[in-house]
Each structure stands twice: as structure tokens, then as C-alpha cells.
Design a protein around this ligand. Structure first.
Ligand code: ATP
Ligand code: LTN
Length: 335
């Protein structure tokens, strides 16, 4: 693998903290295919981020393979995109330490993800959870990424990454590229099926709140059937109707139809019929990905080979940046 010097760099990461959901898929991964030809794309399985909440070691190992397999099963070509596992590139943790010293306590205290996760895991508000955005900044800045394709929930983390990079550049001259977030027009926020005011999350304790990418057809249809909606009947996108709006958004992402077209299609039909259609469209569109995922998971040595090749090139790129950073800081480097 070698990057084309004329193309800009894209970086994104996914935590191996559970089986990915249609939120991860529609909000992030599905859209990455469109970047493959025009950018040098890097996608990382961020296992160091995942341990900011407790993980079972055997599960984490399995989820690491699975997350990589989902990248490939989604149609991303391992010959064209750089895939690797974060802990295979020690420079992420090294740069995170340096950047910790250029990040303010007050800035980190304002992060909504920190507030949400510390409320959810009140028995384990560890320092890693607090400095999570700094490790994320390190991920992005190590590779001079220009674009970071993520869901809307990550907006604040990209902003802090930009602030950290600017602060370092001002202190030590131009070092890091200032990244931009990259959001798609639709799918940027897929909400929970049981509480449509919250985002759908792979680590939510309620299984019915999410559609996992490996759910069976029956489970998908059942979960959509039970999805929380208001007491109305008309399939119409309206302020305040979070449940139905979320389902319309999901249906739109899956089928490519606009909200107007969906309203027309379901005119005079009730919520029940619409929910069934969303479930069927979802099951249909995941079936190819599921088959490919199962094929890949049966071939661990292939996945390990992708990880190994990816981390070799990522280490090469990351170490170049670390030497530059250490030189600027005044750290002696011995050959
Ligand atoms: P966790 O539940 O463990 O916090 P998560 O499901 O929020 O994880 P991440 O691994 O943190 O997922 O995110 C991977 C990518 O998926 C990110 O780009 C994130 O913005 C996107 N994403 C996650 N959930 C959603 C969602 N509900 N809607 C749209 N995009 C999402
Ligand atoms: N914080 C992200 C995952 C993540 C990431 C990154 C995304 C870690 N490092 C670098 C983009 C770029 C999340 O919680 N979704």
C-alpha cells in the first residue's frame, strides 16, 4: 500500500465496543465508499478508545475482528483503503500524551460525550474517559488528515481537535493539518428505536433500541414494528414527531427516496404498514453485507493479514510525524 501524494487524507475510527448498528452504518461506514477513489482513506479500529469503558477481553478480541470485517463487508477495498487496529500503532498513545499537555481541563469538561458517558458509567469515571478526545485528536493529526467523515455526535470532538492543532502550530510553527468534519446530508443522526430523542448506540443496554448489522430478518422486522412512535397515524415528517421522523430518515437512507416521496408512498396508509416496509427494506439491504461478513469471519488469517499490512504502513506514516513533533518539542532523538 502506498498513498498517492496528490490526494488528501481522510481518517475515521470506530470503537470495537459492540456489534455495529445501522447508526454506525448509515451515519458513517456506508458513505465511506464514495471517498475511496478521490482520497487516501484511513479507517482505524480504535480499541484504545473502547477501554475507556470496561470491556471483556475475549469479547474485545472478537469485536476487533468483527469491526474490520464490517469495513470490508461494506464494500471498502483493502487494496485502496488503509485499515489497521489502533493498538498496533504505538504512536497514537505517544502523541496523545504530548497533546494532553496542550489541552485544557476546562475544554475537556465541556465535552457532551464525556458528560453522557460519565452519567452512564458513574462507577467508573476514569481519566481515559476524560481525555478520550485527546486520543482522538492524536489519531487524526498523526496522519495529517484533512477530512474526518463521522456522524453528527462527533462534531464537538473534531472542533477540539482543530483547537489543539492550532494551539500546537502557533507554539511550534506549522506542524499539523487542520482537519474538517465531513457529514453526509442524511444519516448523520440515527436515533434509538425505544427513545427517539437519543442516538442509536451499539453499547445501549436495551437490545430493542438498536438494529445490529447482524440481526436476523425476523428480529429486524420485530424491532421496527415495536419502535416507539406517537399516537398519530399519518406518515408525515413533522417537528416534534421524533419517532416517525427517525423511521422516515432511516427508510430514506436505505432506499434513496426523499422524505416527500416517502410521504406520498404512504399516503392514506397507517404506521403499521410503514414500519413493516422499513423493516423489510432494512433486512433486504443488510443481507449482502451479512453474507460477506460471515465469509470473512471464517477466515481470520486473511483479516490478520489485512491488519498486519495496514499497521506496517500506518506505523511508517505515524513515526514520521512523531519524529517531527519530538524535534519541535526539543526531545532528543538518538539513532
Ligand atoms: P458506543 O455506543 O460504544 O459509544 P457508537 O455506537 O456511538 O459507540 P462509535 O464507534 O463511537 O459508535 O462511532 C463510529 C461512527 O459511527 C462515528 O463516526 C459516529 O459518529 C457514527 N455513529 C454512531 N452512532 C451513530 C448514530 N446513531 N447516527 C449516526 N452516526 C452514528
Ligand atoms: N470518537 C469516535 C471514534 C473515533 C474517531 C477517531 C472518529 C476515535 N478516533 C478519529 C473519527 C476520527 C466515536 O466515538 N464515534
Amino acid at each position: 500500500m502506498e498513498f498517492n501524494k496528490d490526494k488528501k487524507i481522510v481518517f475515521s475510527g470506530v470503537q470495537p465496543s459492540g456489534m455495529l448498528t445501522i447508526g454506525n452504518y448509515l451515519g458513517a461506514i456506508k458513505n465511506w465508499k464514495t471517498l475511496e477513489e478521490n482520497y487516501n482513506c484511513i479507517y482505524c479500529v480504535v480499541n484504545e478508545h473502547a477501554i475507556t469503558v470496561r470491556q471483556d477481553p475475549a469479547e474485545l478480541r472478537k469485536r476487533t475482528y468483527e469491526t474490520l470485517a464490517i469495513f470490508i463487508a461494506s464494500g471498502l477495498d483493502p487494496e485502496k483503503n488503509l485499515f489497521f487496529v489502533q493498538s498496533h500503532v504505538p504512536a497514537h498513545a505517544e502523541l496523545a500524551w504530548v497533546l494532553n499537555c496542550y489541552t485544557m481541563f476546562g475544554e475537556l469538561s465541556r465535552m457532551t460525550q464525556f458528560k453522557d458517558k460519565s452519567a452512564k458509567h458513574s462507577d467508573n469515571i476514569n481519566a481515559g474517559l476524560f481525555t478520550y478526545p485527546v486520543l482522538m485528536a492524536a489519531d487524526i493529526l498523526l496522519y495529517n488528515a484533512s477530512l474526518v467523515p463521522v456522524g453528527m455526535d462527533q462534531k464537538q470532538h473534531i472542533e477540539i481537535t482543530r483547537d489543539i492543532a492550532k494551539r500546537f502550530n502557533e507554539a511550534y510553527s506549522e506542524t499539523f493539518t487542520i482537519p474538517e468534519p465531513y457529514f453526509m446530508e442524511s444519516g448523520t443522526k440515527i436515533c434509538s428505536l425505544t427513545d427517539p430523542t437519543k442516538k442509536m448506540s451499539k453499547s445501549d443496554e436495551n437490545e430493542n433500541s438498536r438494529i445490529s448489522l447482524m440481526d436476523s430478518r425476523d428480529d429486524i422486522i420485530r424491532k421496527f414494528k415495536r419502535a416507539v412512535t406517537d399516537s398519530g397515524t399519518e406518515v408525515k415528517f413533522e417537528e416534534g414527531k421524533d419517532g416517525i421522523n427517525n423511521l422516515m430518515n432511516i427508510y430514506s437512507c436505505l432506499t434513496g427516496k426523499t422524505i416527500k416521496e416517502i410521504e406520498k408512498e404512504f399516503e392514506g396508509k397507517g404506521y403499521g404498514e410503514f414500519k413493516l416496509a422499513v423493516g423489510e427494506a432494512c433486512a433486504d439491504s443488510l443481507s449482502g453485507l451479512q453474507a460477506e461478513f460471515n465469509r470473512l469471519m471464517a477466515d481470520k488469517s486473511y483479516l490478520e493479514n489485512v491488519m498486519k499490512n495496514g499497521s506496517d504502513y500506518a506505523n511508517y506514516l505515524a513515526n514520521k510525524m512523531m519524529s517531527k513533533v519530538y524535534r519541535k518539542l526539543g526531545f532528543l532523538q538518538i539513532k
